[in-house]
Write a protein that binds this ligand. Sequence first.
Ligand SMILES: Cc1ncc(COP(=O)(O)O)c(C=O)c1O
Length: 391
Amino acid sequence: MPFLGTENAFSVISKAKKFEREELAPKGEKLVYLQIGEPAFDTPENIKQAAIRAIQGGQTHYTPSPGIPELRKIIAEKTSPRYCAKYNMEDVVVMPAAKSVMFHMINALIDPEDEVIIPNPGFPIYESVVNYLGGTTVPLPLLEEKDFNFNLDDLTKLITQKTKLIIINSPQNPTGGVLTKETLEGMAKLCMENDLWVLSDEIYDQIIYEGSHISITSFPGMPERTVILNGCSKSYAMTGWRLGWAVTKNQPMAQYLEQLIINDVSCTNAATQFAAMEALTGPQDAVAMMREEYRKRRDLLVALVNEIPGMSCRTPKGAFYLFVNVKPILQKLGMNSSEFADRILREAHVVILPGTAFGIHGEGYIRFSYVSSEGDIKEGLKRMKEYVKNM
Ligand SMILES: Cc1ncc(COP(=O)(O)O)c(C=O)c1O
């Protein structure tokens, strides 16, 4: 499997845990974890209860492969107004993870030698899956000076006869950037002109701090050539439940995704689907509470980072990540961002991710996540400030 990549976040965490167990625990010391990409909140109680009721009520069997009809209907109804298109139940395919949408959609579409334009820095699994299937990834640079949007001219230059798919992610992991209406509108035009597909990863669509979420599906002709990737993991603190969904107005694509699910897992866990129905139709105050808590932690982290000489960042508009420019420090030390992240782990005892865990254009940056408690954010940044001062 020479082309299959991975998600570095998982290897960094096991390296950090080993280091903590072997080197720090004997001295009574601990690491501060500021790299975690999942809500630290517990799943809201009403959602847990819905799953318990489903199991006790005998919902322990296979469900229809594309998902329980009632859940698909709810997803279609919730998606339509926010994504400015009229989606029906048939346009929704429920899967055991948002990540499965990525794998199956790319699998459905990409033949060897097809080119796929992917955001860089971006979620590493896009590149891994495309390469695994014999496609070629073409990195589209996200620019700090454009609030981590991309230049439409850059995108135009990357489109060739072989381009089949563009993957976007807004709000983004790892930058926290949100694609603007102008960027999306320009990109939609290019997709129509060049007959391109879009995989639009909108898993953070409810974690947005300014204005409302805009999707590429808002533009004419796009719902028919776009697969929306979404799920409950991030907005409802449900990462361990494993459930995601694909939404598309392209029926052959929806049917092919369903067929892939039949071949792969038959269906998604039944109780989890009942939990998702409650998440989507029950009270939404937990979502708002978590978002407001992230906003406070974001503002704290941004302020503390900008106090450290050689580090700078913008205030991200969405998700729960901060992509910090550390170029002056790297230049001074003569190291790359991966070596710097490793030093911070071993010498400052804080776990962060190097920007290059998200692609070549992440060089010069480190990624923090701000799902951690205020106490951990303060302690981690205190350690880093002290460490950088004495470097
Ligand atoms: C951009 C992005 N897309 C998709 C996923 C995967 O979501 P899930 O855990 O629901 O499969 C993640 C998880 O970190 C992510 O950051």
